[in-house]
Write a protein that binds this ligand. Structure first.
Ligand code: C5P
Length: 228
């Protein structure tokens, strides 16, 4: 099957407190989403990139990547999972295709990380995600805002994107999990809900998600250091 990237880019980025959705904020001379799309569109192992856009999106068509021959647009949904599901409904998907889902808000993705995830398919035929082992000591908070306990960090990982699954399996499991009311914050959680145990592939620390205003400065430093 082919590898088709999905970029959910229909969020409003409320935590950024900016007038435009965060994926359109400027970073090193281009909107965040431009950087993200460029890294996916330029990877030789990725055949098509489907981007899920918000209903009132008036910014996307101005991006230099908007007219790229590998790019397809889809309508976003209420939550991130709805946006991914909508993109999976695009008629570009065939039965055997892989969906590589990557947050619009992670502009520092490298080809090294994409390569590692694609190569993991022989080890994890049911799919895998980029992730990072937790480094800090982890605490669970009690209702009073004080520590209730220390959580053993040995087996804990941060889930990153991209996440890679067979597109039809992911679509089926997302539909079922959402219909059952499960809390789905990434693609792996929909697969886990269906009893699959996706692989964990060690990713780079510079693949951060821009969430708060401070993250923009860090993302700029990483982009400048990468020279991809
Ligand atoms: O808000 P958060 O940073 O978790 O969003 C992760 C990604 O999901 C972002 O790229 C955002 O644009 C996207 N998203 C979406 N549709 C929504 C909500 C978020 O495509 N309804």
């Amino acid at each position: 099957g082919r590898v088709i990237a999905i970029v959910p880019a229909a969020g409003i980025g409320a935590r950024m407190g900016a007038a435009v959705p965060k994926q359109y904020l400027p970073l090193c001379g281009a909107p965040i989403l431009s950087h993200t799309l460029r890294r996916l569109l330029s990877h030789p192992g990725i055949d098509i990139v489907v981007v899920a856009l918000g209903e009132g999106d008036s910014w996307f068509d101005s991006l230099p990547e908007a007219g790229h021959p590998k790019l397809v647009k889809a309508r976003g949904g209420k939550e991130r999972a709805d946006s991914v599901l909508s993109a999976l409904g695009s008629d570009v998907f065939g039965e055997a295709d892989w969906a590589l889902v990557h947050d619009a808000a992670r502009p520092c993705l490298t080809h090294t990380d994409i390569d590692a995830l694609l190569a993991s398919r022989s080890r994890f035929p049911q799919g895998a995600i980029l992730a990072m082992p937790v480094r800090d000591t982890m605490k669970r908070a009690g209702g009073d805002g004080a520590i209730s306990e220390t959580v053993c960090r040995n087996a804990l990982w941060h889930a990153l994107t991209p996440q890679l699954f067979n597109a039809s399996a992911l679509k089926h499991n997302l539909e079922q999990a959402l219909a059952a009311g499960a809390v789905i914050t990434d693609e792996a959680s929909a697969m886990e809900w269906a009893g699959v145990h996706p692989g964990l592939v060690s990713g780079r620390a510079d693949n951060i998600k821009v969430t708060h205003p401070d993250d923009l400065q860090l993302a700029a430093l990483f982009l400048e250091a990468q020279q991809v």
